[in-house]
Every structure is written in C-alpha cells, then in structure tokens.
Design a protein around this ligand. Structure first.
Ligand SMILES: N[C@@H](CCC(=O)N[C@@H](CS)C(=O)NCC(=O)O)C(=O)O
Length: 258
C-alpha cells in the first residue's frame, strides 16, 4: 500500500500520526510543508485538506484528514499490532479519551506554543496588512488568530486556563494509570490515546512546563514509558522539538521557520 504524509516536523498533530505509523512499522513518503511559506494554504494542498492544516494522509491516492481520523484509519487498514481495545467497553473508553484529547489538551497546547514561538516567529515582523491577509486565507481559526493578536499574544487569563487544562490532563493520566494498573492509560494495552497524548505533553515539557506534573508519579512513569518506545525516537527525529528548531526563543541560537 502506498502511504504519503503531508506534515510538518514540529506539528503535534503530525507527530501523533508519525508515532502511529512507527508503531505499525509502516513505510511512508514524506511531504514536509512549511507554514512560513504558506504551503498549507495553496490551492493544491487545500484540495487535499480543505481545512488548510497538517497532517493529511494520502493512501493509494485517497486523502484522509484529521489526525484522530488518520490514526484510527491506520489501525483499521493495518490492524497489527492493534492500538484499539478488542472489546466494546474498551473502545468506548478510548473514544471518550480521544474526544477529551481533542477538546482539552490539543487546544490548550496552542496557547503557550503561539505565545512563545509561532506568533513572534511568523507574525511579529509582518505588516498589519500581511497578518490580516494571512488570516483571511485560513479556512479555520480566524477567530483564534484574531484573539491572539499580532502584537500582544494571548493574555494571562487565556494562558492560565490553558495551563489548568494541561494540569487536568496530567492528573487524568495519573489517575487512569493508577486505576487501570497501567502501564498505559487504558491498562495493559498501549492504544491510540497513548499515541496522541504523547506529542502534546512532549510539547509542554519542551517549552518548560514539565513542572505542571512533577508531583504526579504515575504520570511521570507513563511519560517515561511512552518516550522510551522506539516509535518516539522515530517520530521525533532531529529538530522536531521547538527548543531545538527555534532556539532563538529558548535563549540560544537561531534557525529558519518550517
Ligand atoms: N484537528 C486537526 C488539527 C490540525 C492542526 O491544527 N494542525 C496545525 C499544526 S499542529 C496546523 O496545520 N496549523 C497551521 C497554522 O497554524 O496555520 C487535526 O487533528 O489534524
């Protein structure tokens, strides 16, 4: 089967899919998109993904969008090793976790990421007109960018709310691992929720927010275990962490946007 992935090195949603592909041991062709050049907003890419975001999987010429839909699709077309529980109750619990992961930590992580790196990197030196023109081209999240603003970034209330959401996520992982007996969130089986939460917590850790869960032993153990899996090293190749790629925002060297 021919699998192609349109993605970005440092995008958490792309990292979710790359971990899943690695867990499945699948080969795929890479198309890296550069946000700064607007590769994700070209007419050609919008035909594949009308939302103008990464990732997009193309399987034998058919595009599949939305990282959660992509990882579920990969599990269906390549069921071994299975990343989904075999029983209906386990699957219902997985789906509930996946909805939570999309609604809470996935959206929360964007707030500090844009404040610390993406706003200054992409928009600080743009004119007001360029900023507005870029927003106008975006099929999704116009309101998100306007709320962020070109100059100020998200305010303290929004940042505090995002950090509280990450803390809640870490507490839920901690509780889940304790109650199921672990070592994974749903118990003995490593599943798509372990896959998809990993890049979100990794992003927060990389940005210096690991203190949010430093008192949660089961969370810490889970995080060590997911990062020890070979799929993590495969998905997080060089320069996939913001602190490596955009060192200028972490008090060290500089690099280009991607
Ligand atoms: N719900 C989508 C969200 C995808 C998404 O937001 N991707 C981000 C990178 S993680 C993106 O492409 N952003 C483009 C931009 O900020 O202009 C999914 O899970 O695939």
């Amino acid at each position: 089967m021919a699998l192609e992935l349109y993605h970005s090195d440092h995008s958490t949603c792309s990292q979710k899919v790359r971990i899943c592909l690695a867990e499945k041991g699948l080969d795929w062709e890479s198309h890296v998109l550069h946000f700064a050049s607007g590769d994700h907003l070209t007419p050609e890419y919008l035909k594949l993904n009308p939302n103008g975001v990464v990732p997009t999987l193309v399987h034998d010429g058919e595009p599949v969008i939305e990282s959660s839909a992509i990882v579920e699709y990969l599990d269906e077309i390549h069921p071994e090793p299975s990343l989904v529980p075999a029983d209906p109750l386990g699957r219902a619990r997985l789906r509930a976790w996946m909805r939570y992961m999309e609604e809470v930590p996935t959206t929360a992580v964007r707030v500090p990421s844009f404040n610390k790196v993406f706003r200054p990197l992409r928009y600080e030196n743009a004119s007001k007109e360029e900023f507005e023109a870029r927003i106008e081209k975006m099929p999704l999240r116009k309101a998100f960018y306007r709320r962020m603003g070109q100059v100020d970034g998200f305010g303290a209330a929004e940042v505090d709310n995002a950090l509280a959401q990450i803390r809640q996520t870490a507490e839920r992982i901690d509780t889940a691992v304790r109650e199921t007996g672990g070592p994974w969130i749903l118990g003995a089986q490593y599943t798509l929720i372990d896959v998809t939460l990993t890049p979100l917590l990794q992003r927060m850790d990389d940005m210096g927010y690991g203190h949010l869960w430093e008192d949660l032993p089961e969370m810490l153990g889970w995080f060590d275990r997911v990062r020890a899996r070979p799929s993590f090293a495969t998905a997080f190749y060089a320069n996939t962490n913001l602190s490596e790629k955009y060192r200028q925002f972490f008090g060290t060297e500089t690099d280009d946007d991607n």
